[in-house]
Design a protein around this ligand. Structure first.
Ligand code: NAP
Length: 295
């Protein structure tokens, strides 16, 4: 049987208007998608309502009104609560609608959500993103998708309004697996940059020279200049909160245990993020491990 396509500009529900969700939803509104939004802290819906979005009463209510529901909340437990809990998405989702979970969770959580959604004859994609607050506002995120190719095809116009690149990683859960592999690299880079700057500074070398060396090397990236720059100014205002990066390293540990993988360096970096969070720095940017290393 041919699958029904979503309308050209389907009505979209957006749940979770935090650092990432708010600008992503705003881009959908600006692209002309009729939006119904919901956020646990209701005040955060205001800027979206000014862009013409309708306020939903609950995740179930939002799901009952739309052809596609996007979730962008913090952790696996939070997504499960929003989707499977009381008044959750699952209570309202329509047959043939699609739940697109863009939060960074474990592949196992994605498979659990997909299973639940399927019982309602709806469809599921895990679609976590690479890129932080800036790319979310500019609509230049990289979106990593797990799920059926035909479901992805139906949702592509929605994803294209949020990101510049859409990569199909494979079956349900593989978007999240690719995202965890990406954040594994990012966490290692941050630990490496932080330790390198500490070493250079303590030896009396201007850390700016380190950034220049990297720029002239075979491994340059604008990321070093941007993160190194704010780090050296002592600006740890959150783009990606330390507590969320720590959560991702806990998810990597979980996957490593499930698959009996050896990730020894990742384990040390995980401990570094955990230590820094335990000193009360969880709400600051994850680059704050640089400051933590100097205490
Ligand atoms: P955030 O600013 O902390 O926002 C989290 C959002 O989730 C808020 O809307 C929050 O609602 C909602 N939420 C959390 N727990 C909930 C629950 N139990 N029930 C209902 N709503 C709940 O986080 P973020 O930076 O936007 O990150 C969102 C996701 O994207 C995370 O999985 C993160 O790992 C991932 N991510 C983040 C970045 C980044 O650079 N920030 C980049 C890529 C991926 P309230 O407003 O009520 O607290």
């Amino acid at each position: 049987m041919a699958r029904m396509t979503l309308s050209t500009k389907p009505r979209v529900g957006f749940l979770g208007l935090g650092t990432m969700g708010a600008p992503m939803a705003a881009n959908l509104a600006r692209a002309g998608f009729p939006l119904v939004v919901w956020n646990r802290t209701a005040a955060k819906m205001e800027p979206l309502l000014k862009l013409g979005a309708k306020a939903g009463r609950s995740p179930a209510h939002v799901a009952s009104e739309v052809e596609a529901v996007v979730t962008m909340v913090s952790r696996p437990d939070d997504v499960e609560q929003v989707v499977l809990g009381a008044d959750g998405v699952i209570e309202g989702i329509q047959p043939r609608a699609v739940l697109i979970d863009m939060s960074t969770v474990s592949p196992a959580t994605s498979r659990k959500l997909a299973g639940a959604v399927t019982t309602k004859r709806a469809e599921f994609l895990d679609a976590p993103v690479v890129g932080s607050k800036g790319p979310a506002a500019e609509g230049t995120l990289v979106i990593l998708v797990g799920g059926l190719p035909q479901t992805l095809k139906r949702c592509e116009p929605i994803l294209r309004a949020i990101g510049k690149t859409v990569i199909h990683a494979g079956n349900v859960g593989m978007g999240c697996a690719l995202k965890l592999a990406t954040n594994l690299m990012l966490g290692h880079l941050m630990a490496g940059l932080s330790e390198a700057v500490v070493l250079a500074k303590r030896c009396g070398v201007d850390p700016e020279l380190l950034l220049k060396v990297i720029e002239g090397s075979t491994f340059p990236s604008p990321w070093y200049r941007s993160k190194g720059g704010t780090m050296l100014k002592g600006d740890f205002s959150p783009h990606f909160a330390l507590k969320l990066m720590r959560k991702d390293f806990e998810l990597m540990k979980q996957v490593a245990q499930e698959l009996a993988l050896r990730l020894p360096v990742t384990e040390v970096v995980r401990q570094l993020f955990a230590e820094a969070e335990a000193t009360g720095k969880g709400d600051l940017d994850y680059s704050v491990i640089f400051e933590h290393l100097q205490t």
